[in-house]
Design a protein around this ligand. Structure first.
Ligand code: FAD
Length: 209
């Protein structure tokens, strides 16, 4: 059994300049003001459109991210309907060696490598270890991965690739970085929002305020 940290990686995004260009040209189509395109005009226009709630222009560009998280978080992510998802399958993939679990955020980093001091950590760690053992026993008995997965817990690590347009990412960040979101969701989404705002400030900087 392995306890691993959640992570994310940007798999694909158009160049920032191209995003600014296509979105500015789309937005200016509404006002037939393409003649006003010049250096810096895209940033100004897009900031103004975002402020006014003219957000449909942000649907012209999409960003793809790969996330490693637990199955609880991935189950929440797939509720977002305006995304494309591709997720590691527990039907077709068997965890033959170590089963990887995302380290619950309330586990100390040294859990599993030291004597137990915290009974709740000990109980949860034992449950994960037992789940792994039962899962692998079932595989050895010839049970198919799609049936053996029934004994795996929410903490099981999964990988999910998500493509969404800028408008939908903004919506996801608004919901999933809020204090009401699950701490493990926030643990992924808050740094992702910062990364997006650093890479593509015009589209995400206002969400950092
Ligand atoms: C803190 C928190 C707690 C939650 N708790 C629960 C819970 O206990 N149980 C539960 O079942 N879910 C829960 N959810 C999930 C939540 O109900 C939504 O399913 C999820 O957040 C997806 O968001 P969404 O529907 O706004 O947007 P998306 O699916 O991402 O869609 C984006 C936007 O597009 C529009 N849209 C999309 N589809 C339609 C449509 N068919 N009709 C009209 N407009 C549409 C809406 O404006 C929507 O906001 C929770 C979410 C959060 C953030």
């Amino acid at each position: 059994m392995k306890l691993i940290e959640p992570s994310f990686k940007i798999e694909h995004a158009p160049a920032y300049f191209d995003m600014l260009d296509v979105i500015e040209r789309a937005a200016r189509t509404c006002y037939k003001s393409e003649n006003k395109i010049k250096n810096g005009s895209a940033e100004k226009l897009i900031r103004s459109c975002i402020k006014q709630g003219h957000h449909s222009i942000l649907e012209h560009c999409s960003i793809t991210v790969r996330i490693a998280c637990d199955r609880g978080v991935s189950h929440e992510l797939v509720r977002h309907r305006l995304c494309a998802f591709s997720q590691e399958s527990q039907r077709y993939c068997a965890y033959k060696d170590d089963v990887e679990f995302i380290r619950p955020y309330w586990f100390d980093e040294s859990v599993g490598t030291r004597d137990w001091t915290n009974p709740s950590e000990h109980t949860a760690y034992s449950a994960l270890r037992d789940a792994e053992r039962y899962y692998q026993d079932l595989l050895v008995m010839g049970v198919a991965p799609q049936n053996a997965r029934a004994v795996l817990p929410n903490a099981t690590k999964t990988e999910i690739v998500i493509t969404a347009n800028i408008r939908e990412w903004r919506h996801i960040f608004t919901l999933r970085c809020a204090n009401a979101a699950h701490p493990e969701m926030r643990g992924i989404m808050v740094p992702m929002r910062t990364k997006f705002a650093n890479l593509w400030p015009v589209f995400f900087e206002d969400l950092m305020m």
